[in-house]
Design a protein around this ligand. Structure first.
Ligand SMILES: [Zn+2]
Length: 344
């Protein structure tokens, strides 16, 4: 299920706009040819333009890494899910559905294998497969798909999810037995209260096990019934040992979530979409809070939302530079913190 063969968008469909060919280094051109070869036996001009564009993107990301002295990146917030689920997510973004709130052009509407290879080409040594249910009864089969994806993708940090439903604890136990290393909890899309009684034994178990949970709990891009800092503060009051990774730096309630990270040893933040022009237009990071973000250097993790991003991958990385928090901060965020968290 969800293999490359069932893709809605093949190579060349909705990918980055073609750019003029550049005289790249031989290595990059070789990689571009390899991309074109993988595109299939029929090499159209569009395939070749896409391959050249991918090579140019790899050079940009390599330059970002080189400027920090990093051989690799770790990206804790990337989305891989069964193809028909991903197709629905893309359709939702295309329609600027109510939880998106505005046009959101997806840059990497590619088949799965090509998306994985692009991340590898960027030097991302480990990444997640964030997936999430929007209703009861979905989590278990999503987790079974994710277990299969992790088994065939050794650089994926095995990811699972859960929903506020009576079977949540059983789902989470099963996912842990399958080898899950990180969970995704989507309070905004799920529309549930993280303090739902069905989740109480789940949080207790995850706190005991020390398994990180990337949680979309901020009210961006659009508030949900249970988003915002208050429900998470209540949750942490009962389970102070939880290792919660607040997605998107908690946007737009950045300062409240920074406060939770400052007060709770297990609370971290991921950078997904933060400081990008797209996010800054709607939910700018408060400049006065930059020193607090700097002080949380050891608790901030790179996330990107790849492939569901309205900009090239390198642009998301470069956006982090605009926070102007220095090379040490960027090195910790883009690699070292996650490598430590996941014992890579
Ligand atoms: Zn995401």
């Amino acid at each position: 299920m969800g293999g490359a063969g069932s893709d809605a968008g093949g190579p060349g469909t909705g990918g980055p706009a073609a750019v003029p060919a550049e005289a790249g280094r031989a290595k990059a051109e070789g990689a571009a040819r390899a991309d074109a070869d993988r595109a299939g036996p029929e090499h159209t001009d569009a395939d070749r333009a896409d391959a050249e564009h991918a090579a140019a993107e790899r050079r940009e990301v390599a330059e970002f890494r080189r400027s920090l002295g990093l051989d690799h990146l770790v990206d804790v917030h990337t989305h891989f899910m069964p193809q028909r689920v991903l197709a629905k997510v893309w359709a939702y973004f295309d329609a600027a559905g109510p939880l998106v709130g505005r046009p959101w052009p997806i840059t990497y509407r590619w088949e799965e294998r090509r998306r994985v290879e692009l991340l590898r080409g960027f030097g991302v040594r480990a990444f997640t497969s964030m997936l999430y249910p929007h209703k009861a009864g979905m989590a278990r089969w999503l987790n079974d798909w994710a277990a299969d994806f992790a088994a065939r993708t050794p650089d994926c940090l095995h990811t699972a999810t859960f929903f506020a439903e009576p079977g949540a604890l059983a789902d989470v136990r099963r996912a842990l037995a399958q080898g899950t290393r990180v969970f995704k909890c989507h309070v905004q899309v799920g529309g549930f209260d993280p303090n739902d009684p069905d989740l109480e034994p789940v949080w207790r178990l995850l706190a005991e096990e020390g398994v990180p949970v990337v949680t979309h709990c901020g009210s961006g891009p659009v508030p949900g019934a249970h988003t915002g800092p208050a429900p998470i503060a209540a949750l942490l009051a009962r389970h102070p040992a939880l290792r919660l990774v607040v997605a998107h730096l908690g946007m737009p309630e950045y300062e409240d979530f920074l406060g939770l990270a400052e007060r709770h040893p297990g609370v971290m933040l991921d950078t997904t979409m933060a400081f990008t022009p797209f996010a800054e237009a709607d939910a700018p990071f408060p400049r006065a809070a930059l020193p607090r973000l700097a002080a949380l250097q050891d608790k901030v993790l790179l996330g990107t939302d790849f492939p569901n991003i309205p900009h090239p991958y390198a642009a998301g990385l470069e956006a982090l530079r605009t926070a102007d928090l220095g090379t040490d901060w960027l090195r910790a965020v883009c690699h070292d913190n996650a490598a430590r968290l996941f014992s890579l």
